[in-house]
Design a protein around this ligand. Structure first.
Ligand code: PMP
Length: 447
């Protein structure tokens, strides 16, 4: 342990951590028996500096969001310059250069046809917005055509994750998404089996037979189909065959169903394409973006849709889309998002992702032979090791910290998704730490 970053005394640290433990909710953490939290003092580049003195190489990009590292001078400057002008103004009746520039960039970079942008606060909210857009579109369309509205449900696949708010939760996997707790209040949608043919495996149409049958049987009730393109992230870092997504597009076209792709985790280069739906060469009707949008600096999300959807909604009796968050188009968030996207292009993100993928492949693939490992999966800057046992989160986390890395496994998965600026030596340290913990019984639960 070194004290080079520490400015807090041990008693100050303990008092903060005590209050945190007693009073502060953490994600998916019990309040009565909380998992330990580590106090962060600062972060710089790929390093997270703990108040206790340890410097950790970040393998998580703060849940997939950091691209260019922490405390980046260009991102800091963008924030400071924007704060010097204004941090926020309401977006009703007012607009500003940072939001306009960001929307222009998003329209230019995303697949063709996505020409209208709705800015919102977080990934989950952007999914709420996407679902509402699809439902309001179908409502307006029925109204304009003087037909009875029947398309009021969504179709999705099992094992998906789209956020924690209610509409988003209703299209998360029914088991891991905790549908049983909220059964009485959740909207009911249709679920197809999860895609089973892996990225890189041989394609067979068998993988879409149940999905096709569900479309055929229920298309009159289905407003939209929502899916995470290529990577089912929270559902276990499963990478599926691009052909599956192509067929989804065809089925949506055939049955007059809108296609929503949730690129919140996969957007901005993570999988080796700027957007994961490019692997299948498809253009969605609606796309959700979040996480990396601001390079991990501030929460911001965007829902993009086609002109046809926007026009239909606007021609309905409501005359507008019924959503308008207070912090819509927040200027600080838009300014830093613009700077982050500029950096992505400047830094040659493709070369960065390719370099990470090559090292992950050499370092992690051999672990597939380990007795504790079920599977190793690598795509772009994502490396996932599926173990045969669940991890003991508290113990494995403690060991990772001792080994100088920040990796947060869940369930049976140890995965890394580092900031794109990580170098070879730092990546090797992450891989070495994983190799070490795989040898340690205390890091796993016997099940
Ligand atoms: N969709 C996907 C695919 C995600 O991975 C996440 C976040 N893990 C969300 C939606 C929700 O985003 P947020 O946590 O910003 O609400």
């Amino acid at each position: 342990m070194s004290d080079k970053h520490t400015i807090m005394t041990l008693s100050e640290q303990n008092s903060l951590l005590h209050f945190d433990k007693e009073n502060v909710w953490h994600p998916y953490t019990s309040m009565s028996e909380p998992l330990p939290s580590y106090l962060v003092e600062s972060a710089q580049g790929v390093y997270i500096n703990l108040a206790s003195g340890e410097q950790l190489i970040d393998g998580m990009s703060s849940w997939w969001s950091v691209l260019h590292g922490y405390n980046h001078p260009k991102l800091n400057t963008a924030l400071q310059q924007q704060a010097g002008k204004m941090s926020h103004v309401m977006f009703g009746g007012l607009t500003h250069e940072s939001a306009i520039n960001l929307c222009e960039k998003l329209i230019r970079l995303t697949p063709e046809g996505l020409d209208k942008v709705f800015l919102s606060d977080s990934g989950s909210v952007s999914v709420e917005v996407a679902m509402k857009m699809a439902l309001q579109y179908q409502h307006a369309k029925a109204e304009i055509n003087q037909q009875t509205l029947t398309k009021t449900k969504l179709l999705t696949v099992k094992n998906g994750y789209h956020g924690d708010t209610f509409a988003a939760m209703s299209v998360c996997d029914p088991v891991t998404g905790m549908h049983q707790i909220f059964e009485q209040v959740l909207m009911q949608h249709y679920f197809a089996p999860a895609p089973s043919i892996k990225f890189g495996e041989e394609w067979s149409n068998d993988d879409v037979s149940e999905l096709s049958a569900l479309f055929a049987a229920h298309h009159e009730e289905i407003a939209a189909f929502i899916i995470e393109p290529i990577v089912q992230g929270t559902g276990g870092m499963r990478f599926y065959h691009p052909e599956y997504l192509k067929v989804c597009r065809q089925l949506c076209d055939k049955h007059d169903v809108l296609l929503i792709v949730d690129e919140i985790a996969t957007g901005f280069g993570r999988t080796g394409k700027l957007f994961a739906c490019e692997w299948a060469g498809i253009n969605p009707d609606i796309m959700c973006l979040g996480k990396t949008l601001t390079g991990g600096y501030i929460t911001l999300a965007a829902t993009l849709c086609t002109t046809h959807i926007a026009q239909t909604i606007s021609e309905g009796a409501a005359g507008c889309f019924m959503h308008g968050p207070t912090f819509m188009g927040n200027a600080l968030a838009c300014a830093v998002a613009n700077a982050s996207i500029d950096l992505l292009i400047e830094n040659d993100w493709q070369a960065q992702v390719q370099a990470i993928e090559t090292i992950l492949t050499t370092q992690l693939s051999p672990l597939a032979a380990h007795h504790r490992v079920e599977d190793v999966r690598i795509l772009g800057s994502i490396g996932a090791i599926e173990c045969r046992q669940s991890v003991n989160v508290a113990n494995i986390q403690k060991r990772f910290v001792e080994l100088g890395v920040w990796i947060r496994p869940f369930g049976k998965l140890i995965y890394i998704i580092p900031p794109l600026i990580i170098n070879e030596k730092q990546l090797m340290s992450l891989a070495n730490a994983i190799t070490v913990v795989l040898e340690e019984d205390s890091c796993f639960i016997n099940n």
